[in-house]
Design a protein around this ligand. Structure first.
Ligand SMILES: [Zn+2]
Length: 82
């Protein structure tokens, strides 16, 4: 039974009340929107089981979100020095 959770990327609350019955519903710890947005990556495999590809996409989404945050902090520091 899937519990409600807070997205690890955008921190929004994910309501699993209806989503748990959907095969394409959100899977903790990333909401569907972040999974789609940050998971757009060419290394996501085109072959393999649907569920396995989503596992890969969620991992990529998490690493991509971290990379974006790190880049933003780097630029903010560069701005502060200028
Ligand atoms: Zn999210």
């Amino acid at each position: 039974m899937a519990e409600d959770f807070d997205c690890a990327i955008c921190q929004s609350r994910v309501d699993m009340r209806w989503s748990r019955y959907r095969h394409d519903g959100p899977i903790a710890p990333v909401c569907r929107r972040c999974e789609t947005y940050y998971g757009r990556h060419r290394s996501v495999p085109m072959a393999g089981a649907f569920r396995d590809r989503r596992e890969v996409r969620r991992g990529l989404a998490l690493s991509e979100a971290l990379r974006c945050e790190a880049a933003q902090q780097k630029w903010r520091q560069a701005d502060a020095r200028a």
